[in-house]
Design a binder for this molecule. Structure first.
Ligand code: 8YV
Length: 328
């Protein structure tokens, strides 16, 4: 029997490709070219499966041109690159890669928070530029992380990991806003209190965004929300570009309406709003929150596991539209 054909849309670990090739006829993009929609469609046309990343958009147009496609396995927990409704309508299973990146991503939220609040990159640039001539009492004075109020918008698995680090590691008071309230045991483990969005914005010393992107979350932090934050506050976005209005944020940072921001995701990335590149009180990283080798390996293997399970008649591990599996 011939093996199902799959396309791996971006470069991955050779070990994972090797695993996949035991089960599939694999075509891969090890050159790691960022494919246009037309190129992606052309490569998927004769495939039954796709191994995708957050930069590969699967929508109704792609699906219509690829009638043999049965499953798209995303090597990401976020899946706003998938049009889930269109995939369900086309009978194409979508899977993502949750859990395996939770702790690594929560670690990174703290890396970015601490770098931002304590002005690590700004002061390093100053030193490298040869500007450091003497100690002074307020040089690069930042804001404390320990004991401060940590606000979390979006309290899923990663939000909870951040809350635990803040509450137990840094003695922070943790407040959160989420679509639904956590159960009492989880709230207690996170030492977190549910508040309104307005209260969150007004009270947080450090506000971390960890909610999934959806059209409803577009610019959920814009000029009006930034105006409600403390002028001493820090804003951290490790969620998705588009959740923050980057142009409004650049203005707020420039005018010191908030103290600083740490951003790992951007509207239209890899492009970054030009004004964010010129304001000093922002720490910018290129979407690396899940980037450790063990975690990226686990994410890739989970995407591979989903493909292998699906084509060997087993239950996929992390389906997003499981209704497809029972469709006639
Ligand atoms: C991925 C992410 O690295 O998992 C996610 O949702 O944003 C990152 O961990 C990125 O999306 C590439 O797939």
């Amino acid at each position: 029997m011939s093996k199902p054909k799959i396309f791996v849309a971006r470069a991955v670990f050779p070990e994972v490709l090797e695993r996949l090739s035991q089960h599939f006829e694999v075509e891969s993009n090890q050159a790691d070219d960022v494919l246009t929609k037309e190129q992606l469609t052309a490569r998927l046309k004769d495939k039954q499966g796709a191994f995708t990343t957050g930069s590969d958009r699967i929508d109704a147009e792609v699906l219509a041109a690829c009638p043999q496609l049965k499953i798209c396995a995303n090597m990401a927990v976020g899946y706003n690159n998938f049009d889930i409704d269109a995939m369900t309508a086309a009978g194409v299973l979508a899977t993502n890669a949750p859990d395996v990146l939770t702790e690594t991503t929560a670690d990174f939220a703290f890396a970015l928070l601490m770098a931002t609040a304590r002005r690590v990159t700004e002061s390093e640039h100053y030193l490298r530029a040869g500007l450091w001539k003497k100690w002074s009492f307020d040089m690069f004075a930042g804001s404390d992380v320990h004991g401060a109020t940590l606000g979390i918008l979006g309290m899923g698995r990663i939000g909870q990991g951040i809350a635990k680090r803040g509450a137990h590691g840094f003695g922070m008071k943790v407040i959160y806003h989420n679509r639904s309230r956590l159960d009492a045991a989880t709230e207690a483990a996170c030492k977190a209190t549910l508040v309104s969005k307005e209260e969150l914005l007004k009270t947080a010393d450090h506000l971390v965004l960890v909610l999934p992107y959806s059209p409803a979350a577009h610019h959920i932090i814009g000029a009006a929300e930034l105006a409600q934050m403390k002028p001493t506050a820090t804003l951290i976005n490790i969620a998705r570009g588009g959740i923050v209005d980057d142009a409004a944020l650049a203005v707020a940072l420039k005018e010191r309406r908030i103290a600083a921001a740490g951003l790992d995701v951007f509207e239209g990335e890899p492009s970054v709003h030009p004004d964010l590149l010129t304001v000093p009180n922002v720490v910018l990283t290129p979407h690396i929150a899940s980037a450790t080798i063990p975690t990226r390996m686990a994410m890739a293997n989970l995407a591979a596991d989903n493909l292998i399970a699906f084509f060997t008649g087993k239950a996929p591990l992390t389906p997003l539209n499981p209704a497809v599996l029972t469709q006639a």
